[in-house]
Every structure is written in C-alpha cells, then in structure tokens.
Design a protein around this ligand. Structure first.
Ligand SMILES: [Zn+2]
Length: 675
C-alpha cells in the first residue's frame, strides 16, 4: 500500500465544491479559503446541535469536517446530514460534476472540471510488477464492503448489484491525507489471467490509475472461445450490461474500452469473433469510440447499437439509460440484434467462473412450473383435457392469477403475451373452448390450423417467426406436437431436428417460454406404450413434463396432474376439477387413483432402471411391493420391449436387474439421466 498508489488528476476547477456547499451554507460565499481548501472561518454544523461553529468544508476536496461529528464526503453529507435519499444524492452529485466546466483561458474553450487520469504514457515495465498488482488488488478486495458510502453511491446510481463488484474483483482504497491518496474504488484489468492495469474511481467519478498500468480492454479474457461480443465504454456500463444479459439468460461476453479509443493492437484478440456489438454512450467522445472500433475491427462484423434516447431522457450512458429512464434489462437486451448462431464454446464453463456465480433463480412465469427460457411438455393420452389445462394456464398468466387456483403455482406477472399455435381442433370447437376458458384475458393470439411445420420448415413457419418477432410473446404454445413435423417420432434424429428450431427461438428470445402439448399412447391404461412412446430426446429436451389424465367422479369430471421439473418440486397426483371451461383446484374434489397404482409403479420402475442397476431388494424397498410384484413388473416391461438383464440371485450375490435398452432405442450409457 505504501509503494502503490492510485493517481488521479487534480480538478481543473480551483474550488469545485464551493457551489455545492453554498446551497447549504450561504455564508460560504463570503468566506476566506485556506491554501488546503478548507474555510478559514467555521460553520455551524447542520448535524449536531452546534452552539459554536465547529464545522468546515473543503471546497477543493469536497469533504465536510465537523470536530464533533467527523468527516463526510459530499455523498455522505447529502445522505447523512442533509437527509436526502441515497439514489437522489447519487444522481445529484453525478449531475453536479458533469455540469462543472472550467474555461481554458488560452484557448477560450471549456474543459471538464474533472479530467480523467490518462495513464497511457506512464507504462514502464517493471520486474515483479504483476505480483505487486496482485497483492494490491488482494488487499483492496479484502477492504470492499457493501456498506461503504462510496460503494453505495456507485451501485445505487448505476443499478449494479453488489455481487457484481465482488465477482469482478473490485476493491476499496481509503482516503490517506499524508500519502495524498484520494478515497477510491479500484478494479483490475486482467489479460490472460494477469493484472496489467488497475483503474481507480473516486467518489466524484474521476478516473485514476495505478502507475505502470497498461490498459487493455476490460474483461478481455471472457472473449475466449466465443464468436460474438459486446463492447461498451467504461467498466460501469460493462458491469451493468453483463448483469442485464445474464438476467435475460444471454451468454455473450461484454468488454469495455478503457478510454474512448479502440486501439489497433486489440484487433488480434478478436480473431474468430464473427459479430461485435458496439453500444456507445450518447456524447461526443463516443463518436471516437465507434469510429476507431469500426476502423480496427472492420465494419462488416460490427453492429452499432444506439440506445433510443428520447426527448426529456436523462443521462448519456447505459447505466443511466436503464436506471434513470425506467428501462428494463429486457429492453436493453432486445436492442442488441443477436445473431442466431450459438457461441461454439458458450457452454464450456470455467470452474473459476462457476465458483463465483450465485445459482440464479429461474425467471419464473409460473413459480414452480415454468420459467422464461424453458420448454415444458404437457402430455397425456388423447382427449384427456390437455388443451383445457393449457387454456387454464393461459388464462392465469393473462390475469395474473394462480394457475387453476393451485396455491403453489403463482404467476409472477400479469398480462403476459402468449401465442398458442393450435392445429388440432375444429374452428367451432376452438371458439367454444375460448369462450368458455379465456373470458377476461387479453394479449393471447391463436394461429389456428395454419399448417406450421418445424420439420421440414415451411413458409407458414417463417410467418410464425415474423409474427413472434413483432409480437414478442412471453409464452409460445404448440398444440399438439405431432402436427408440427413429418417423420418418425421414435427416431431421435427426427426429434432433434424438431426441437432445433424451438431451441433457436429460445436463444433469440430468452424471455419467452415454450409449452409443447403432446399425445401419448391412445389407451390410458397401456402403460408400456405410454412409457415408451417417443424418442428419449423429448424428455431430455424438456425442463418440465406435466402428465394429464382425465377422470370422472360421480357427476364431476376432472384431471389428475403429475409434474416433474428441472428447477422445481415434483407435483404428484394433483386433482383438478373441470368447471365452466376451467380446471380448478377444489379441496373437496380428489380423484381416487387406486386403479392406476400399477401403472404409476411401472413407470417408476422403468425410470429407476434407466438410472442404474438395482437389486431385487432395493426395488421391493423403493416400490414398497413384494418380490413377486417386482418380478411381474419386470416381465411386463420386457413384454413392452425393454431389454432387462438379470444377474445373481444366489447365495452371496443378490439378484440385480440392469436395463440395457428401451423400446425407443435408448441404451444404457447413452446419456446421463442422473438428476
Ligand atoms: Zn457536527
């Protein structure tokens, strides 16, 4: 800490904080100022009951010092003494400093009062420097605390989560009068893992640097293995953009230029990068950023994303566009015309990154059921009210109600936009269902019998894509899946091709979720066909599978719902009653599913065996049935086309069952079905 310092340029303004404090102490205008910036006379402290004046302000550094209460930065003065909300204080200071210009007497032009420290000429390689940079950052990181005013000021003004600072190794350097050290936040610039530069950021927004910093693009290492990238100006905009992209489930590296010039030497880092999105700030200096980046990277692979500033908007950078003008992460992400190709290595996670990352809560549309970016399968034999279930789901999402009135299926938003591509029913049947189910909803569009095919893709599918691009639904429903492709549904390559365009859609519109309605075996009781129908691709593709079975109880009709989800609790045997076109939860309505126990058990047995080998004893324990029943069930599965090998069964070697093949061609070792 002694040797390494974060240097800042002096303010060009001789007394930058005089006007700031003059609002609170009108007498300041008549006061004399000492060499060091403090007032000669004292002021009455606004914080404690001050009989004799005991406070001074420093019109150079901005510090407010009371002999009784301590010293305060301008931000802390506004929040703790003047009682202004942190967010307002932060905005006010930003605006105040931005408006502060100094006239250059030689040229007659106006200069920013707080010029940024330009370290580009300070770089002299020194032996052992990298280790010392590491040491410096390590110390600074250990000092960072969310409650530090400078941290609060930084993150509230920009809408950045504190975790982002920790993840990207931000640190804190305290004020040190003797060393001439300005209180600041610091952030390392790493290139291939090594710190090459350290940026400082004072509470007043001034940028500084540690001597011998050699600035490159910030977050450059995230580019490794990617095919597209976003470049912004400054680390704050980069952090905020990363936060927005991640919130929308988009995995694209974001870098920032340290100044506003894109240097020739950075071009080599972009080898193999097909598309670069430049998001400039809205000021004159940004023109240079765009011009230099286009010149270095080539116009053909750059896309300039201008933020759509409107009359009356406040600010100039990405953080301000978002926080001060009430724009959402999603709005920002949607401005970026993301290419449809997936990054080659986007799913190659670095363990260091994973160690730092908080597991994100899915962006639920319906908590515990379906999140944005997910695909859910609603399946069951034909005529089992699957479409009614989906209509109930749409109604709940549109009206912001719990799905089917089920307490744990809460919708997180209301008025979502949905597109339900309906290929099965007659138009009259559709009209009847909609009139029964969807009263009081809006923003639901139903392309009906349009002939859309995902495989082979047809012009009707292109129309659907265009509509989705315009309408931007939150939910896309395909009912039923079998209508949307030609070919054998038991052929995994066919099913992969069916799901490819859906996956592409979810990458392009990460805020959307997809529900696929699918028929299983015709005879509800024929569990073997039921369990085996369709390629295992279907199950592997899905983030959730909801099984629907229709039942009759006395005069009433209803369904039993079972759901398994990647990110939520399993739902077992939930009974829903059909009432006036909707499936609703009714405490008194429970369906006796005893008849179906054998079916459920067989499914469970088949599922267990796809995970690993089981002994006879394990299976009787897990299924809570007799040895004989397990043997019978194994025979039933075999009759249904499962290949199950048997070993042991004598002294010292328990009988063990191993599933080697299912009727759809799934083989043991084909995939990891572990969960
Ligand atoms: Zn005081």
């Amino acid at each position: 800490m002694k040797k390494w310092r974060v240097d800042f340029n002096e303010s060009l303004h001789p007394e930058p904080w005089r006007d700031f404090y003059a609002r609170y102490f009108p007498e300041l205008d008549r006061m004399d100022i000492k060499e060091d910036g403090f007032t000669v006379q004292s002021l009455k402290c606004l914080y404690h009951d001050d009989r004799k004046p005991s406070a001074t302000v420093n019109v150079k550094s901005g510090f407010y010092v009371c002999h009784v209460c301590g010293s305060f930065s301008p931000y802390r003065f506004l929040v703790e003494i003047a009682g202004i909300a942190p967010e307002d204080a932060s905005y006010f200071i930003n605006d105040y400093l931005r408006e502060l210009y100094v006239k250059d007497e030689r040229t007659g032009s106006y200069l920013r009062a707080f010029p940024h420290y330009d370290p580009s000429h300070t770089y002299i390689p020194t032996p052992g420097q990298e280790e010392e940079f590491e040491e410096f950052i390590k110390e600074a990181k250990a000092r960072l605390r969310p409650e530090l005013p400078i941290v609060q000021e930084y993150i509230t003004a920009r809408g950045i989560k504190y975790e982002m600072l920790e993840r990207f190794e931000w640190g804190y350097v305290p004020h040190d009068e003797d060393a001439g050290q300005v209180e600041c936040l610091v952030v390392p610039f790493r290139v291939r893992g090594k710190i090459r530069a350290i940026r400082g950021r004072a509470y007043d927004g001034r940028k500084g640097a540690v001597k011998n910093s050699r600035f490159s693009l910030w977050n450059l290492d995230s580019l490794e293995g990617k095919s597209q990238a976003v470049i912004v100006e400054g680390e704050s905009d980069a952090l905020r953009t990363i936060q927005a992209l991640e919130a929308c489930g988009v995995d694209i590296p974001v870098m920032s230029v340290p100044g506003n010039n894109f240097r020739k030497e950075w071009k080599r880092e972009f080898e193999g990068i097909r598309t670069v999105y430049l998001i400039p700030q809205d000021d004159d200096a940004s023109a240079n950023f765009v011009r230099s980046a286009l010149a270095v990277l080539g116009e053909e692979r750059c896309k300039v994303v201008e933020l759509p500033w409107k009359r009356g908007d406040v600010g100039k950078d990405i953080c301000e566009w978002l926080t001060r003008n009430d724009h959402t992460d999603q709005e920002l992400v949607e401005l970026i015309p993301l290419e449809e190709h997936q990054d080659r290595f986007s799913r190659y996670y670095r363990v260091e990154e994973l160690l730092k990352r908080e597991p994100a809560e899915p962006d639920w549309l319906v908590r515990g059921m379906i999140a944005r970016g997910q695909k859910i399968l609603v399946q069951g034999p034909p005529k089992q009210m699957k479409t009614w279930f989906v209509l109930s789901l749409l109604k709940a999402l549109s009206r912001g109600e719990n799905v089917c009135g089920v307490s744990f299926w809460k919708t997180t938003v209301s008025g979502v936009k949905a597109v339900m591509v309906e290929e099965e029913h007659s138009t009259n049947a559709l009209i009847q269902r909609v009139q029964q189910s969807l009263a009081g909803t809006c923003n639901i569009v139903i392309p009906h019998r349009t002939g859309v095919k995902l495989l082979p893709k047809n012009p009707e599918f292109e129309d659907l894509l265009k509509f989705i691009d315009e309408f931007r639904p939150d939910l896309l429903v395909l009912d039923p899946l079998r209508s949307f492709f030609d070919g054998d549904e038991n052929d995994s390559s066919v099913m992969q091709q069916v799901f490819a365009p859906l996956n592409m859609l979810l990458r392009k519109y990460p805020h959307m979720a997809v529900v696929v309605v699918d028929h299983t075996a015709k005879k509800p009781s024929d569990v073997l066909v039921y369990a085996s129908r369709g390629s295992s691709v279907k199950g592997a593709e899905m983030d959730g599978v909801i099984d629907i079975r229709k039942f009759q109880k006395d005069e009433d009709v209803g369904v039993v719902v079972t759901g398994e989800f990647r990110d939520a609790e399993t739902v077992e045997n939930l009974s829903l009653k059909f009432e006036d076109g909707n499936l609703v939860y009714d405490d008194g309505f429970r369906i006796n599913i005893k008849l179906k126990d054998s079916e459920v058990r067989l499914q469970k047995l088949a599922k267990l065996l796809t995970q690993r080998s089981y002994t006879q004893k394990e299976l009787t324990d897990l299924l809570k049935v007799s040895d004989q029943t397990v043997r019978n069930d194994i025979s039933k599965l075999r009759a249904g086309g499962f290949t199950i090998e048997e070993e042991g069964g004598h002294q010292g070697s328990p009988k063990t069952y191993t599933l080697t093949k299912t009727p759809d061609g799934w083989k043991a070792d084909d995939e990891d079905s572990g969960e």
